[in-house]
Design a protein around this ligand. Structure first.
Ligand SMILES: C[S@@+](CC[C@H](N)C(=O)[O-])C[C@H]1O[C@@H](n2cnc3c(N)ncnc32)[C@H](O)[C@@H]1O
Length: 321
């Protein structure tokens, strides 16, 4: 849907007029009548397709995520009775509502928008980018918020340096071909004094050895095929473990062995189990990291005031003012 009159006059659209830049020549972008953008200098166009402006020509290696977030559009979205994503966001970023209220935020790899939902609820204006078609779902889910979604790549962002007060990226950069380069790419978009918070898969606990082994094959499958297989395999493996656990003495170790060799997510809600298991087995890239590594990257960027969150590997730091 094209941008409405109200959105055109919103503080967020004023922000966008200031911060958006052409990927080819770095000049300012003007919005066109359809909701897309065009470069004021070189005239490169960034079309508006299916509700969002596109700064990439395809989903590239992230197509499985496009499938995933279209299939599970609201599974992890908070609502009146459930605040799971908010708790997750706090544990994985260590950000507090008062640090985001009234601020301009970049959500890198926004997926279907569950964390942008939290940040906008806390009073932030949020720009979400995602390499996949997930950005379309985020735009729909958060149509009534101070939020805009773009399909864009973390390695080639259409923003001026020093645009954002806070940048966060939760569960994303380990899914790129070069996590270190992705983290380091973000520093320049922070205003002086701004905060960068990232959450990455942990390399400390080796539970993922077997899922990494299977993923060598599963990531090559069509997302529809893999999803079809997991629709059968996840309930079978999960229920087998539950039954085994009831067998005296050998039951628990046997259930542990099944889980070790064929890991499936063990959340209570079947839909959430399916979503997270698909999320483990479908991505092409999935690196694991340590605090030591990530602190080195932050130090190399000149960040200060580094802190960790409650859920490894969660690191935040501040760009010197
Ligand atoms: C596991 S999902 C996490 C989504 C969201 N942050 C959340 O936690 O709900 C990872 C997301 O990263 C996106 N992604 C992967 N590589 C990317 C890149 N180079 N630039 C932007 N987004 C990327 C994927 O498309 C996917 O939506």
């Amino acid at each position: 849907m094209p941008i409405t009159e109200a959105q055109l006059q919103s503080p967020l659209s004023a922000d966008l007029q200031t911060i958006l830049r052409c990927l080819s020549c770095g000049s300012k972008l003007n919005s066109d009548d359809s909701g897309g953008y065009v470069c004021a200098e070189c005239k490169r166009a960034y079309p508006f397709v299916n509700g969002i402006a596109r700064f990439v020509d395809a989903q590239h290696y992230a197509a499985s995520f496009g499938f995933q977030w279209h299939r599970y559009q609201k599974t992890q979205l908070d609502h009146d009775e459930v605040r799971e994503s908010e708790q997750n966001f706090i544990m994985k970023t260590a950000l507090r509502p008062e640090e985001l209220a009234g601020k301009l935020i970049l959500d890198v790899g926004c997926g279907m928008g569950r964390f942008a939902e939290v940040a906008t609820r806390w009073g932030a204006r949020v720009v979400g980018i995602d390499l996949s078609a997930a950005a379309e779902v985020a735009a729909k889910n958060l149509a009534d918020r101070d939020f805009v979604a773009f399909q864009a790549d973390v390695f080639s962002l259409p923003f001026a340096p020093e645009s954002f007060d806070v940048i966060y990226s939760v569960g994303v950069l380990h899914h790129t071909p070069d996590c270190e380069a992705a983290v380091k790419a973000l520093g320049k978009y922070l205003k002086p004094g701004g905060i960068l918070a990232v959450w990455l898969y942990s390399g400390y606990n080796k539970w993922y050895r077997f899922s990494d082994f299977w993923r060598r094959y599963t990531h090559k499958m069509k997302p529809e095929t893999l999803h079809g297989i997991l629709k059968v395999a996840v309930p079978v493996l999960y229920n087998t473990q539950q039954v085994l656990k009831k067998v005296p003495l050998v039951g628990r170790p046997a259930a542990g062995l099944v889980h070790h060799v064929f890991p499936v997510n063990r959340q209570k809600r079947p839909e959430a189990r399916m979503l997270d298991t698909f999320d483990w087995y479908s991505p092409k890239y999935q690196s694991k990291h340590t605090y030591e590594q990530v602190f080195h990257w932050y130090e190399a960027m000149g960040m200060e005031d580094m802190r960790i969150g409650d859920f490894a590997i969660a690191v935040r730091g501040r760009k010197p003012a």
